[in-house]
Design a protein around this ligand. Structure first.
Ligand SMILES: [Zn+2]
Ligand SMILES: [Zn+2]
Length: 265
């Protein structure tokens, strides 16, 4: 199996159980994962100070670990680049200073520099926010600089309140442009296993969204645990493999040196 979305001790939000790259490789082997991308957070903001990770240190650790795990798990140099369109100069800088196997594009922060995680959903118009979210996602796709469109359903994970069940069901017309851009520009759509372990307790993005992506000609699906501790690497992947196959996809997409390659699923 292939896990293209994981976080090491170099991400700001892994303090609870910070993992060395070697811990992650061992956890991957235990979980039956044989391709592992380390994709620490590099979140770019317009006004607020951006959140960086030490890419040079991460890549040095990966290079040092590779011989030790040769033949057991392949370690890929990744990064989770947050909203590159909001600070193109910083995005360009990191992408030109380092070589990556895979770059994940994420939209965590909007509007302004506020993370979707931090909004007061009891006191804002959630439908309007979701419409803006998809429009901003299209802008991010048009800007580019990444290979995988991460966790489309991130807002659903964090908008949940005791009296609401957020969903994308009435947002087809807003999601279609996101899917069209993904197909036209060759982005893989990520199935992020955190959805299964959230209040939603089911794989995501929703079936109808992935069916629509496929109908539009999309073929690239990537799988990531979004593990923020080593023991979550590869979690839920058997459920996701069944889910992805049931949608008619017969392969997962891996990126090496930012080139897409297909692996049968
Ligand atoms: Zn993310
Ligand atoms: Zn992540």
């Amino acid at each position: 199996m292939i896990d293209l979305h994981t976080h090491s001790k170099y991400s700001f939000d892994t303090e609870a159980e910070p993992a060395e790259i070697t811990d992650m490789a061992q956890a991957a082997i235990r979980a039956g994962v044989n391709v592992l991308a380390v994709t620490d957070h590099y979140d770019l903001f317009r006004e607020a100070p951006s959140i960086f990770c030490d890419v040079a240190a991460i890549q040095a650790d990966i290079a040092a670990a590779r011989p030790q795990f040769d033949g057991q798990v392949e370690l890929l140099r990744g990064i989770e680049l947050g909203q590159p369109q909001r600070n193109p100069a910083l995005a360009e800088e990191v992408l030109s200073n380092f070589s990556f196997d895979v770059v994940i594009g994420s939209l965590h922060v909007m509007p302004n520099d506020v993370d979707l995680y931090d909004h007061d959903y009891d006191h804002i118009d959630c439908d309007a926010l979701l419409r803006d979210y998809f429009a901003e996602m299209v802008r991010m796709e048009q800007h580019g600089g990444f290979d995988i469109l991460a966790h489309l359903d991130y807002p659903l994970r964090v908008m949940k309140r005791p009296h609401t069940n957020p969903s994308f069901d009435n947002f087809m017309e807003h999601i279609l442009p996101v899917l069209r851009e993904a197909v036209n520009r060759g982005y893989a759509i990520e199935c992020n296993a955190a959805t299964l372990f959230s209040w939603m307790q089911r794989p995501g993005p929703d079936r109808w969204i992935l069916e629509e992506y496929r109908r539009l000609g999309g073929e690239r699906i990537s799988l990531g645990s979004d593990a923020h501790r080593a023991r979550d690497i590869g979690r839920g992947f058997d459920v996701y493999a069944d889910y992805i196959r049931s949608l008619g996809f017969d392969h997962l997409t891996v990126f090496r040196n930012r080139q897409a390659q297909a692996y049968p699923i």
